[in-house]
Design a protein around this ligand. Structure first.
Ligand code: CP
Ligand code: NVA
Length: 312
């Protein structure tokens, strides 16, 4: 059944982290995403509007899926590198935020510090969407959760095994687990733990079960989803060799995958360092849905943008 976006109070809602949403809103966005993907609805809430897309880090998927999605919602995107605007250095974040709010209908930003995104959202009179920070990658995990629900529609409470660095992807899974019931198992080394506050918040959700372990076999046991990401994220590539040493045993390969549910989904947000955190045979194997995940970024971000615009 097609979903109508409901009218609510007139305030600019931003999407800085998954925890900005309620459980009901997460599922609303999932249904809206399905309707957009299946062509049942094609709203154009950005008609006549522009979206400023600020990038302080590299991107393939985020840039292209936002640019295409903005166009499909009727708007136009402006690609702005941080080289150009020097957020917080050439001028204050609050000034940038207030100036952009006079020109555009929405701001998307990929940067390093979460506090910069939070500050941009605080001063903006238009929605701000987080396209990745060192702390979280909320659009990615919303898209990935959509991929889980469409690929395994009979499972209501997923057992998700995330293996690797306790980074922005691990933190975003934890954020989702703090509002949506799930069984999340993080396999990582003692020195690569996820964010402490985010972990405590997830553990505080009585409907989710959270385990952090340094035993990769324990993490993947009977998992419905086996997920990994690069061991050294953007901005931390100088730590690549050290992280490789620490995380070697968390590589997703056929042997480790044998401990998961045979029907499990293998997921990776991409870009992958094939042969490091994941082997070719697993990434190109029958359980892998990595390119569905990439495609779903487009559909979920359109749903997130439409949802936020309807809240104004
Ligand atoms: N997964 C993801 O965000 O990819 P990009 O870094 O290419 O945008
Ligand atoms: N953890 C990775 C995710 C890339 C989409 C990074 O931040 O580089």
């Amino acid at each position: 059944m097609a979903v109508e976006v409901v009218d609510q109070e007139v305030v600019a809602r931003s999407f800085t982290q998954i925890t900005d949403l309620t459980e009901e809103e997460v599922f609303f966005i999932m249904r809206l995403c399905a309707d957009m993907k299946n062509g049942r609805i094609a709203p154009r809430p950005l008609a006549g509007k522009s979206v400023a897309c600020i990038f302080a880090k590299q991107s393939l998927r985020t840039r292209v899926s936002f640019e295409v999605g903005i166009r499909e919602l009727g708007g136009q995107s402006l690609y702005i590198t941080d080289e150009e605007i020097k957020l917080g250095k050439r001028e204050s974040i609050s000034d940038v935020s207030q100036v952009l709010s006079r020109f555009v209908g929405m701001i998307m930003i990929r940067t390093f510090k979460q506090s910069d995104v939070d500050e941009l959202a605080r001063y903006a009179s238009v929605p701000v969407v987080n396209g990745l920070t060192d702390l979280v990658h909320p659009c990615q995990i919303m898209g990935d959760y959509f991929t889980c629900t469409e690929s395994l529609p009979n499972i209501k409470r997923f057992r998700i095994a995330y293996l690797g660095d306790g980074n922005n992807i691990a933190n975003s899974w934890l954020n989702l687990a703090s509002i949506v019931p799930m069984d999340l198992r993080i396999g990582t080394a003692a020195s690569c733990q996820p964010d402490e506050q985010i972990l405590s918040r997830a553990k505080a959700n009585p409907e989710s079960s959270i385990l952090v372990t340094d035993d990769p076999k324990e993490a993947v046991a009977n998992a419905d989803v086996v997920y990994t990401d690069v061991w050294a994220s953007m901005g931390q590539k100088d730590e690549a060799e050290a992280k490789s040493e620490l995380l070697r045993k968390f590589q997703i390969n056929s042997e480790l995958l044998a401990g998961a549910n045979p029907e499990c989904l293998v997921m990776h947000c991409l870009p992958a360092e094939r042969g490091r955190e994941i082997t070719d045979e697993v990434m190109d194997g029958p359980n892998s849905v990595v390119f569905d995940q990439a495609e779903n970024r487009l559909h979920v971000q359109k749903a997130i943008m439409a949802f936020l615009l309807k809240q104004q």
